[in-house]
Ligand binder design. Structure first.
Ligand code: ADP
Ligand code: 5GP
Length: 188
């Protein structure tokens, strides 16, 4: 197995993960997002193979039994979500680096499975107070949702030391530059 073909990003909501991933994808064109599988029905304009791979609960369970998932979860009753091992192979076969945007537990599990082939990156806010400020100024969530994100963030921050690298997103230009250098080094 060759080295350096998947990158995992985890972060508390509001840390700036989307901002930093979008930046990275705008300066390097070698990345492709891993598409999750789910047993929930498609919503609205969702298309199989784009937002998700839509499976029946039976198909999903049979793939669990065949050990085809890197990680999976029953998020709601009979609504399964997970990452297929075949995604990494599909993306790498196309000559691309697979990007994962997942929760901290999923991120650490994927890293454990792939070892040196993977780089796990934790995007950290400078403080909880600043995280709250960003969530408030992003203005996409109600005060209750912001409070639940903050409570979750406090727990998520305790996982940061288990990641390969931590990028502290305080000054955005510095964080972009740190990320660019980190990823360039890993892919070298
Ligand atoms: P996430 O994807 O981690 O939930 P976002 O990328 O949506 O976070 O960022 C949350 C908010 O904080 C957005 O409004 C974004 O523009 C802003 N933001 C991101 N990075 C910084 C930074 N370094 N300084 C100040 N604001 C930032
Ligand atoms: P939605 O149905 O709104 O698209 O997603 C519902 C939940 O499923 C979200 O909390 C999302 O994080 C989670 N989810 C989506 N993809 C995956 C995955 O590949 N693995 C796991 N464990 N959860 C996922």
């Amino acid at each position: 197995m060759s080295k350096g073909n998947l990158i995992i990003f985890s972060a508390p909501s509001g840390s700036g993960k989307s901002t930093l991933i979008n930046y990275l994808m705008s300066i390097m064109d070698c990345f492709e997002f891993s598409i999750s599988a789910t047993s929930r029905a498609p919503r609205g304009t969702e298309v199989n193979g784009k937002e998700y791979y839509f499976l029946t609960p039976e198909e999903f369970k049979s793939k669990i039994a065949n050990n085809e998932f890197l990680e999976w979860e029953e998020v709601y009753t009979n609504k399964f979500y997970g990452t297929l091992k075949s995604e990494v192979n599909r993306i790498n076969a196309a000559g691309k680096v697979a990007l994962f945007d997942v929760d901290v537990v999923g991120g650490l599990n994927i890293k454990k499975f792939y070892g040196e082939r993977a780089l796990s990156v934790f995007i950290q806010p400078p403080s909880i107070a600043e995280l709250r400020k960003r969530l408030e100024s992003r203005a996409t969530d109600s005060p209750e949702v912001i409070e639940s994100r903050i409570a979750k963030a406090e727990k998520e921050l305790t996982y940061a030391p288990q990641f390969d690298k931590i990028i502290v997103n305080d000054d955005l230009e510095k964080a972009k530059n740190d990320l660019k250098n980190l990823i360039s080094d890993f892919l070298k």
